[in-house]
Design a protein around this ligand. Structure first.
Ligand code: AHR
Length: 502
């Protein structure tokens, strides 16, 4: 049997968890906006055309920040076409996803919708086909209350008070050859630095995210980070990381080991930021924004065919990955990794939120439902707020096809001092054996087990559908808490949430 022993001490702190690590992403892509969050005429639509069934599921997740409007979409986005009277809005071709963007839903609608969802906006600007002037115009439109052209334009659109958007991404995946207006590191670094300078001159309260690599396997990683940060370091607050995971080889054991690669990715980006910091003799420490992450591979082949053979549709079914049980486990493992980097990782966006590689799916003529990955995200967002603790964990290990010394138990601990609660998130990623898990929680005197939730299944490929959830949390009772020692057996391939409190 696999085994792990954990010791927790409330004084061993990693950092306060920034709630924005439970952010997400809505791109003008497929059915994320149209027939996702917005569908006038649908029986569940409110007076603004926003689907209330979807809003309800998002509110449950309590998503503090949502990235918008792309993604690859943003690199050819003309924001001016998406504001003002709807009848005057211009349809445009979206070259990233080869669809027709009607602009019926735009910036103003998104601002209104995100208020209803209880989320802040993380706005991405187009540094692909546009530049500094357009970024400034957009910033003025969104954030300024001056008697000047773009601020007045917003007011003429019926929005007197500025949106005050705090977080701005300086483009999207500019290292990727697929990006409209793709740039070399030097080209991007210069443009991003000058844009950042100008934007902060207009509104010094904003925070800026410099584009990191599109994924850890980019041939230019991490040279891209080093070169671009040489230019942008003094003017930005975060660097972005993006990465998606898949199991095309159908090797569950190796799939679960992929957070070892994620761990290395995060370490390398931190090291690169700190190298530039040292080189510049800077006192500022740059933090990380993991603003695109998820499992993404199920629908890729059919998407490519759809975009090639049937371009310029409105809201086609694209990137509609249907997630299974093992995907939920990987999402749990990723969240655990993020929590253990709470000192440097301050924002993260589950990409995406509705219909497009998403925890929430809708039917155009029907309801909405929770995919399997909804649950680990829900648990982390709900119970993973407070201080991330650095526990000492001694776990048995195994090797997988492409990874060695893979710990059987991966875990993170969050202490919520205000609520007097501590939560242990743990995955048993041993695909053959259950694991005996023991946690020494003696420093939490007087605490009892409030709840022990888990996701368990023998079928790694089982999915949720509109007609039923085969993957949903169960309440566990097979534990003891005696003299400050919590003991349980964690099922092979399981997500576990142990909540202790007074
Ligand atoms: O989230 C889907 C796409 O993945 C985004 O548009 C892009 O930034 C990334 O490659």
């Amino acid at each position: 049997m696999a085994k792990a022993k954990m010791i927790i001490d409330k004084d061993f702190k990693i950092a306060e968890v920034d709630k924005r690590i439970y952010g997400s992403f809505i791109e003008h892509l497929g059915r994320a906006v149209y027939n996702g969050i917005y569908q006038p005429g649908h029986p569940a639509a409110d007076e603004d055309g926003f689907r209330k069934d979807v809003l309800q599921l998002i509110k449950e997740l309590d998503v503090p920040i949502i990235r918008y409007p792309g993604g690859n979409f943003v690199s050819n986005f003309f924001w001016e076409d998406s504001v003002g009277p709807k009848e005057a809005r211009k349809p445009r071709l979206d070259l990233a996803w080869r669809t027709l963007e009607t602009n019926e839903f735009g910036l103003g609608e998104f601002a209104k919708w995100s208020e209803k969802a209880g989320s802040d906006i993380m706005m991405a600007i187009n540094l692909g086909t546009r530049g500094i002037a357009d970024a400034l115009n957009l910033l003025e439109y969104c954030n300024l209350d001056t008697n000047s052209y773009y601020s007045n334009l917003r007011k003429s659109h019926g929005v007197q008070k500025p949106y005050n958007i705090k977080t701005w991404c300086l483009g999207n995946e500019m290292d990727g050859p697929w990006q409209m207006g793709h740039k070399t590191a030097v080209e991007y670094g210069r443009l991003a630095a000058e844009t950042a300078k100008a934007m902060k001159a207009m509104d010094e309260s904003i925070e800026l995210v410099s584009c990191g690599s599109s994924n850890v396997d980019m041939p230019t990683f991490p040279e891209w980070e080093a070169t671009t940060l040489e230019e942008t370091y003094d003017y930005v607050d975060y660097i972005s990381l993006h990465n998606y995971y898949g199991n095309p080889e159908n090797d569950t054991e190796d799939f679960f080991a992929k957070t070892q690669d994620l761990e290395r990715f995060i370490h390398t980006v931190i090291a690169t930021c700190d190298y530039v910091k040292a080189k510049k003799r800077s006192k500022k420490t740059l933090n990380l924004s993991f603003d695109e992450w998820n499992v993404w591979f199920h629908a890729t082949a059919s998407d490519n065919e759809e975009m090639q053979k049937r371009p310029w549709q409105i809201a086609p079914h694209l990137l509609e990955d249907i997630y299974n049980f093992e995907d939920a486990i990987l999402v749990g493992l990723i969240l655990i990794t993020f929590l253990n980097h709470a000192d440097r990782l301050k924002m993260a966006c589950l990409a995406q939120l509705v219909n497009v590689i998403a925890p929430i799916m809708t039917e155009n003529d029907g309801g909405a439902y929770r995919q399997t990955i909804y649950y680990p995200f829900l648990h982390a967002s709900k119970y993973g707020r407070g201080t991330a603790l650095r526990s000492v964990v001694n776990s048995t290990k195994h090797d997988s096809k492409k990874h060695v010394d893979v710990t059987d138990i991966e875990s993170a601990v969050v202490y919520n001092e205000e609520k007097d609660e501590v939560t242990i998130f743990a995955v048993n990623r041993n695909v053959n054996e259950d694991a005996l898990f023991e946690a020494d929680v003696r420093c939490f005197e007087g605490y009892r087990v409030l709840e022990y939730l888990a996701l368990e299944n023998d079928d790694m490929k089982v999915i949720n559908t509109i007609s039923g959830e085969k993957v949903s949390p169960i309440n566990k009772t097979n534990y003891t808490l005696e003299d400050g020692i919590f003991t349980t057996t964690m099922k092979s391939c399981s997500w576990n949430v142990i909540r202790l409190g007074k």
